[in-house]
Ligand binder design. Structure first.
Ligand SMILES: [Zn+2]
Ligand SMILES: [Zn+2]
Length: 479
C-alpha cells in the first residue's frame, strides 16, 4: 500500500503561506531542504580508502540525512563496505527512535529492516533508481533478478512496519528556481571571483552550472520516462505512474536537481580559487582538501535557503575530523557532522513578532538586527555532538562571521573557519565585521586565489600563513 499522505509533486504549486506575505522571499520547505541535502551527501568526495575498493555497481552510493525534531543530527554517505542505512544504525543506534530519515535512494531490505527495527518515525526517499539498482544497463540479468526480489522484500517490510516509508517531495515555492539563480550569482563566492578576475562573466557561471546539471541529472534522474515508470512500479509507486502525478513528479525532481546544480555553481571550482589560510592567520595547521571544503560550504549554501531573513540568507555547518581512523565506517571518512543552522528568529516566535527592517530604515528601533539569530549561533546552539578540544573542528559559513559570532566560534572551541571575506573589515550601522581578520587561535580559510600560484598541482589547502611574503590582496584592501 502506498502510504504517502499526498502524491509527490502534486501540481498545486501555490507556494507556502509565508511566500504570499509582502516582501517575503521564497524559502525551501524543510522536506525539500532535507531531500536536497541527502542528494548532496551522495556526492560527498570519496576518501582514498574508498576509491581503492570500489563497490559493485549494483549497490549505488547513497546519501542520508538523519533528522530529529526537525533538526539535522546526522549527514552520512554509504561507504565501500557499508550501506547508508547500516551506517545510521552504527552511528545512532537506538537514538534513531522517532527520527526521520531522508535517503537519496530507496534503501534496500538489509538497511530497511534495521532502521525499521530501531523505531524510526519516517523514511523518505528520492523516487529514482533505488540503492539496489533496477537499471538494466548497470547490471547483469541475475543481479536484476536479485534487485527485483529485494524490492519486493522492501515492500513487505514497509507494509508491516510502523514507520512511514514514503516519497516526500513538495512543490517549490513560486520563483524559487529564479531566486536561487539570482542569489547564487550575487553570493560572496561568485562576487569575489568577479572582482578578482575580470574575465569571469555571468556566462562562466552558467556554463559551470550546466556542467553540474548534466552531472546530477545523470545521477539522480532517469532520462527515459518508460524506464522511470517501470522502476516506480517495481518500488511500489505505481500510483505515481499516472498523469498528472507522473508529469508533476518528474518536473518537481528536475527542478530540485536544477536548484542543487545552481547552488553547487555558487562556489565554483574556477581558476585557482579555493579556501586558503589567510596570511594573517597565526595558525600552522593542515586544512581540508579543496574538494571537501567545497562540499561542506555548499551544504551551508543549501541551508541558507531556509532563512527567515528576507534580505540575506546565511547558512552554517560544523564538522569535525576524528583523530583515530579506526571509527571510519562512514562514507564521509574521518569527518563527522556536529551541527548546522541558518539565520532565523528565535525558536517559538511567530514570524510577525519582530521587525524585519534593515539599515535602510531610518528608525533603528524597528530594525531586525537585535532579534535575528545568526546561522553560526543556531549551528552552535543545536549541535548534536560536543566539540572536542583535541580534535580538528571546522565551521563553514556562507558569509564572513560578524563581530557577535567571531568570539562565539572561538569560544566554542572550533579550530577552523571556512568562509568568504568580502565583508571582512566592514562596519555597518548595526552589524560589523571588524573582529574576523584579527582573530587569533582559529585558522581562517577564506575564499581566495591560491596564494601559491606557482604550484597548480597542489590540491590540498595550503598554509599560506607560514609564508609571510605571500600577499592576500583582498584582505589588505578591506582591512
Ligand atoms: Zn542497503
Ligand atoms: Zn553573526
Amino acid at each position: 500500500m502506498y502510504r504517502s499522505q499526498q502524491p509527490a509533486g502534486a501540481c498545486s504549486s501555490t507556494g507556502t503561506q509565508t511566500d504570499s506575505m509582502q516582501g517575503q522571499v521564497p524559502r525551501l520547505s524543510k522536506v525539500n531542504l532535507f531531500t536536497l541535502l541527502s542528494l548532496w551527501m551522495e556526492v560527498f568526495p570519496s576518501t582514498k580508502d574508498d576509491e581503492n575498493k570500489k563497490k559493485p555497481q549494483q549497490i549505488k552510493k547513497t546519501g542520508l540525512v538523519v533528522v530529529r525534531n526537525l533538526k539535522v543530527i546526522g549527514l552520512h554517505c554509504s561507504s565501500s563496505e557499508l550501506h547508508a542505512g547500516q551506517i545510521a544504525v552504527i552511528k545512532h543506534g537506538s537514538r534513531l527512535k522517532d527520527c526521520d530519515l531522508y535517503f537519496s535512494r530507496k534503501p534496500c531490505s538489509t538497511c530497511l529492516k534495521m532502521i525499521v527495527n530501531a523505531g524510526v518515525n519516517r523514511i523518505s526517499y528520492w523516487p529514482s533508481d533505488p540503492e539496489m539498482s533496477l537499471q538494466q544497463d548497470n547490471s547483469s540479468q541475475t543481479s536484476i533478478g536479485d534487485a527485483r526480489l529485494d524490492a519486493k522484500a522492501v515492500e513487505r517490510l514497509k507494509s508491516n512496519s510502523r514507520a512511514h516509508v514514503c516519497v516526500l517531495l513538495q512543490p517549490l515555492a513560486c520563483y524559487m528556481v529564479q531566486f536561487v539563480e539570482e542569489t547564487s550569482l550575487k553570493c560572496d563566492f561568485v562576487q569575489k571571483i568577479a572582482r578578482m578576475e575580470p574575465e569571469f562573466a555571468r556566462s562562466t557561471f552558467y556554463d559551470y552550472r550546466q556542467e553540474r546539471v548534466k552531472e546530477y541529472e545523470a545521477l539522480f534522474l532517469i532520462s527515459s520516462e518508460d524506464l522511470h515508470k517501470e522502476i516506480l512500479r517495481m518500488i511500489g509507486l505505481e500510483n505515481l505512474c499516472e498523469d498528472p502525478y507522473f508529469v508533476c513528479l518528474r518536473q518537481n525532481m528536475k527542478e530540485l536537481v536544477l536548484i542543487l546544480a545552481t547552488v553547487a555553481a555558487s562556489v565554483p571550482s574556477y581558476s585557482d580559487f579555493g579556501f586558503y589560510l589567510s596570511k594573517t592567520s597565526d595558525e600552522n595547521q593542515q586544512g581540508l582538501t579543496q574538494e571537501m571544503a567545497l562540499h561542506c560550504i555548499i551544504q551551508a549554501r543549501l541551508l541558507a535557503y531556509r532563512t527567515e531573513d528576507h534580505k540575506i540568507g546565511v547558512g552554517a555547518v560544523i564538522w569535525a575530523e576524528r583523530k583515530s581512523s579506526s571509527l571510519d565506517c562512514d562514507g564521509t571518512g574521518s569527518m563527522y557532522f556536529i551541527g548546522c543552522g541558518y539565520n532565523a528568529f528565535p525558536v517559538g516566535s511567530e514570524y510577525a513578532d519582530f521587525p524585519h527592517m534593515d539599515d535602510n530604515q531610518k528608525d533603528r528601533e524597528i530594525r531586525k538586527f537585535r532579534y535575528i539569530i545568526h546561522a553560526e549561533q543556531n549551528a552552535i546552539t543545536f549541535r548534536c555532538q560536543e566539540i572536542k578540544p583535541e580534535e580538528q573542528s571546522m565551521i563553514f559559513v556562507t558569509k564572513c562571521p560578524c563581530d557577535e559570532c567571531v568570539p562565539l566560534i572561538k569560544g566554542a572551541g572550533i579550530k577552523q573557519i571556512y568562509t568568504g571575506d568580502i565583508d571582512s573589515g566592514k562596519k555597518k550601522a548595526d552589524i560589523s565585521y571588524m573582529k574576523f581578520s584579527q582573530l587569533r587561535g582559529v585558522g581562517r580559510y577564506s575564499w581566495q586565489q591560491n596564494p601559491h600560484r606557482t604550484s597548480p598541482n597542489n590540491t590540498t589547502v595550503s598554509t599560506a600563513g607560514e609564508n609571510g611574503d605571500l600577499k592576500n590582496k583582498d584582505e589588505d584592501d578591506l582591512g
